[in-house]
Design a protein around this ligand. Structure first.
Ligand code: SF4
Length: 295
């Protein structure tokens, strides 16, 4: 070693020991205040790297790990607690698509694929003014409808589905939207999600659980399912959620996805479900995170 160079010594202040003992980092007090935890638990503001699933640069945070042995995310008490909190948060929510009949709701739901409800609600009033009945739409070719639904995206497929559904409803169901799952599934462009929206919201029939992009993501984050396929997710949800909650549950989760549990940066710090949620892609957490529980 060259002369004059002294190896680095531990500081006499003992600050290393304080860090090892888990002293909160500067800023943690503000986090505590925000969380209203009263100093019992140190909430973790995750670093950018950690939010992306990478390693943490902070000494007080640990990355998501495996769920502990014996932990049952679908235990009836846990599911009941989640349902209760959703109820408190969104007591009277319903479908955000504007509609005055089962037919209008069916069309709006077909148009909502890969689009926002706001966007669809901009298009449908004029659409139903121009074509007020199922028969009026059944008389069109898909190409004639395309300009009217263009702004909702995927307009060629959507035009085909809407005109095809109108023709079949007129030909096979006397111009009335059927209130039966099997019959609805025979309509072009209608899968279980759309059928569940119409049955639940218009006919008040709980035949299944709507699994749209929000329900898909949040059910996985809350560990209500481990599946990746909407139909399998629906089956899982139908097993653990009481049937009389199927319709409302889907509406509540959809609203939760719009208001707080965003796909990219969920607003966990404001979320009343935070301490029952172990999602691996949370942006802030007071509880351990499970790496498999993510969108
Ligand atoms: S805590 Fe975060 S990830 Fe979990 S439900 Fe709430 S917003 Fe979504």
């Amino acid at each position: 070693m060259p002369r004059g160079v002294v190896p680095r010594q531990p500081a006499r202040t003992g600050r290393q020991e304080k860090v090892r003992a888990g002293r909160p980092l500067p800023g943690a007090k503000a986090d505590l205040k925000r969380a209203g935890q009263g100093g019992k638990q140190i909430p973790r503001q995750l670093s950018r790297a950690q939010r992306k699933g990478g390693p943490s640069r902070s000494r007080t945070t640990t990355g998501p790990g495996k769920a502990p042995k014996g932990y049952n995310p679908i235990a009836p008490e846990r599911v009941a607690e989640i349902l209760k909190r959703l109820n408190d948060l969104y007591p009277e929510v319903t479908c955000a698509l504007t509609h005055r009949s089962a037919w209008e709701l069916l069309v709006a739901t077909i148009l909502s694929a890969q689009s926002t409800d706001v966007n669809v609600n901009r298009v449908t009033p004029e659409l139903f003014r121009k074509y007020p009945t199922v028969q009026a739409l059944a008389a069109l070719t898909p190409e004639q409808l395309e300009p009217d639904v263009r702004s909702t995206g995927f307009f060629r497929n959507k035009s085909k589905s809407v005109v095809g559904a109108a023709k079949k409803i007129v030909a096979d169901f006397g111009g009335q939207v059927p209130d039966d799952m099997d019959k609805l599934l025979t309509l072009p462009g209608v899968a279980r999600k759309t059928a569940n929206v119409v049955l639940g919201t218009w006919f008040k029939k709980a035949e299944g659980v709507v699994v749209d992009t929000h329900v898909f993501r949040i059910s996985r984050r809350l560990e209500l399912t481990k599946e990746n396929d909407p139909q399998k997710i629906e089956q899982d949800l139908m097993k653990i959620i009481p049937r009389d909650r199927w319709i409302l549950f889907a509406h509540q989760v959809i609203w939760h996805g719009r208001k707080l549990c965003f796909a990219r940066k969920p607003n966990c710090v404001e979320c009343p479900l935070e301490n029952v949620c172990h999602a691996g892609d949370k942006t802030w957490s007071t509880v351990e995170m499970h790496k498999d529980a993510k969108a």
